[in-house]
Design a protein around this ligand. Structure first.
Ligand code: PLP
Length: 401
């Protein structure tokens, strides 16, 4: 069967476009969106892609089959809307979270959406908005700021210390200054890989309670990659009713394509999100695929140790190349400091290795990929660094080409 896409080609070619010229400036774009660029890492067709923190292990043939069967079964009822409240999926997620939480998580404490980005958006829609402020500690996941702005929530970006750590005192001071409706913490933090001590999360909750009724969000997208002994903020939920912990199936679960994110929080927070979620936001296919993946959690999470081994290998090797890095509890490593990290990024790309330049100046982020990919990354990096100079402040300057 051939599918005809009427007019697609004719409409897309050169200057023969059938529409009038119209710039973004001429649209009634909200002021807060003017001058912004869409979020997104380059999706380049490169041999070694280590730029978006995906799990490099594709699903096994057996799991592909199970996911396909789940989707087929969902298709038999595709004429019906999905379960609006995703009850079964939320129960599965609650069961999955229970060991990390150290208490029996209940489905009423869990909410799911299309990726944790949608969860973050729903949090901003429910608790942010005009006249309200969200605080974050940068560098961190830039979507926290972008989602805040897109929901007309003001953003107050506080800077982390030079070593990217965060103290209870700094978090408390920022909350007292801004009196925010939302605080975003990220642990392990993207892009630095650093996990937060529980005292920082507790200090944030205490300070927020003291200045109002705001929500503390701990984004734990990389929780499953934590090193042994690093606790999850889930353990703090019972003592802190306004704490929200967000998770995703995009990273450790190797299910980025399915778009499933979720949170654990007080049931009242879940009730609040149901006021802003679109009806039937999570498709029956997504729910079925996510539940099947959770039923195969052992297999999917079986790749986590292999990914952590590659992370730890990068952490071991980079100092020998004269580079600095931050301790990583995630599936990536943040390394530098380069006089011109864009030049390093470009020279790695020339050698078929794509890493991420998310800022600030001087630093790059590399995802822990397959062993062969990390071989290629380390080999390309040592070629790029051949003849490089390091000044007394530790800044690395490459030899000219
Ligand atoms: C990747 C990532 C997410 C979210 O991703 P989804 O695919 O939308 O679940 C959320 N937070 C952080 C810090 C991330 O790095």
């Amino acid at each position: 069967m051939t599918v005809q896409l009427a007019g697609t080609d004719a409409g897309m070619v050169g200057d023969d476009r059938p529409w009038q010229p119209l710039g973004l400036d001429e649209l009634p774009l909200r002021d807060s969106l003017r001058g912004m660029s869409p979020y997104g890492a380059p999706q380049l067709d490169v041999a070694v892609r280590l730029n978006t923190n995906e799990n490099p292990h594709p699903p096994s043939i057996g799991l592909v089959d199970a996911l396909g069967k789940a989707a087929t079964l969902a298709a038999t009822e595709a004429n019906r809307y999905p379960d609006r409240d995703a009850e079964a999926l939320r129960a599965d997620l609650a069961y999955y979270l229970t060991p990390d939480a150290g208490f029996g998580v209940h489905a009423a404490q869990v909410w799911a959406a299309n990726g944790s980005n949608e969860i973050l958006q729903q949090l901003c829609q429910a608790f942010g908005g005009p006249g309200r402020v969200a605080v974050g500690f940068e560098p961190s996941y830039s979507m926290h700021r972008l989602i805040a702005l897109a929901t007309a929530t003001d953003w107050a970006g506080e800077q982390r210390a030079d070593d990217f750590t965060l103290t209870p005192e700094q978090v408390t001071a920022a909350i007292e200054t801004h009196r925010p409706a939302l605080v975003f913490l990220c642990s392990p933090n993207n892009p630095t890989g650093t996990a937060l001590p529980p005292e920082v999360v507790t200090a944030a909750c205490t300070a927020m309670a003291a200045v109002g009724s705001g929500i503390v969000v701990v984004d734990e997208a990389y929780a499953e990659f934590r090193r042994a002994g690093v606790p999850s903020a889930l353990t703090l939920l019972p003592a802190n009713p306004r704490l929200v912990v967000t998770r995703t199936m995009s990273k450790a679960f190797a299910l980025a394509g399915a778009r499933v994110g979720y949170l654990a929080a007080h049931p009242a927070v879940v009730d609040a999100l149901q006021l802003v979620r679109l009806p039937y936001h999570l498709s029956s296919f997504t729910q079925a695929v996510a539940r099947t993946a959770l039923a195969h959690a052992d297999e999917l999470l079986g790749t986590v140790e292999a990914v952590k081994a590659q992370r730890d290998r990068i952490v071991r090797e980079l100092p020998g190349l004269g580079l600095a890095l931050t301790p990583s509890d995630a599936n990536f490593v943040y390394f530098g400091r380069f006089a011109d990290e864009q030049d390093v990024w470009r020279r790695l790309l020339d050698r078929g290795v794509l890493v991420r330049d998310v800022g600030p100046d001087g630093w790059l982020r590399v995802t822990a990929g397959l062993p062969g990919e990390i071989d290629a990354f380390l080999a390309a990096l040592s070629q790029v660094l051949a003849g490089a100079r390091t000044d007394e402040s530790g800044l690395v300057t490459l030899a000219s080409r």
